[in-house]
Design a protein. Structure first.
Lengths: 169, 102
């Protein structure tokens, strides 16, 4: 990596780390959501560094544009008022168990990553958007169609679950 | 450290943050936020692995795109379930939502 790429990488990594800590630790759900959004933007920057501007664009469009707004609506609809559901601190035991789980998984995986590094090229592969379109409509056509079916089912399922007859209240 | 290792470590950081959050949060919306963090880590890991090694780069990007689509579908369904739970129990705290039937 060249110097500029390295600097950009560390800036994005810091954004991801800070946003992630806020997303996990904040006692207010709205603040946690803002942390999640900054993490998502940081990951979009990482996609740009990896030479995949299309993925960065999709990340912003799908996650920041759609999923974050959805979660905002959930916070509103579940009446998570200013004090929030997370206002009282969690019992210390729960923190310890959570830390134990993270240590176990993170320890094993980071050991694997550090000690068994696969051969890595220094420059990311170049993929044009045309190749992506061909892949989507030729090799991986079935997956592409199935994901649209899944989205349709999820949408109608959500409408069905949250349905409320008028005047029933 | 090779570039791939650094990207994988960032993805692992996202996974660990999400795991910590899902174990420690006490409301359903907070847990959903943690799940989104973990899914993002998975996507970053897949794209980094396919862009920086000999693997098929098109497959990696399209796979991550499908992961994003599934995450959107999962968020939609989880949110509507949360809305139903909030209506029925009057709260979304995980400690109080503990009965199947009453």
């Amino acid at each position: 990596m060249e110097l500029m790429a390295k600097i950009a990488f560390w800036i994005y990594a810091l954004i991801i780390l800070g946003g992630g800590i806020v997303a996990v630790g904040s006692s207010s759900l709205v603040r946690a959501l803002m942390g999640l959004i900054s993490t998502l933007v940081g990951v979009a920057g990482m996609y740009m560094l990896l030479g995949t501007p299309f993925m960065a664009f999709m990340q912003l469009l799908i996650y920041v544009g759609a999923v974050a707004v959805l979660i905002f609506f959930a916070v509103m609809l579940t009446d998570a008022h200013g004090r929030g559901d997370e206002s009282e601190p969690a019992p210390i035991r729960q923190h310890l168990f959570a830390l134990g789980a993270v240590m176990a998984v993170g320890g094993v995986l980071s050991w694997l990553i550090m000690n068994r590094p696969p051969a890595s090229s220094l420059v990311p592969a170049e993929v044009s958007i045309e190749q992506l379109g061909h892949g989507l409509l030729e090799s991986y056509f079935l997956a592409f169609e199935l994901i649209s079916v899944v989205l349709l089912v999820a949408m109608s399922g959500a409408v069905l679950l949250a349905w409320e007859k008028r005047g029933k209240k | 450290m090779s570039p791939l290792t650094m990207y994988q470590l960032v993805a692992l950081l996202l996974l660990c943050l999400g795991l910590f959050g899902i174990a420690q949060r006490r409301s359903l919306v907070g847990m959903l936020i943690s799940v989104e963090l973990m899914l993002n880590g998975a996507g970053l890991s897949i794209v980094a692995a396919s862009q920086l090694t000999e693997a098929d780069a098109v497959l990696g990007q399209l796979g991550t795109l499908l992961v994003m689509g599934l995450a959107a579908a999962e968020a939609t369904l989880a949110l509507s379930i949360i809305v139903v739970v909030a209506k029925r129990f009057g709260t979304t705290k995980t400690r109080e939502v503990s009965t199947l039937k009453d």
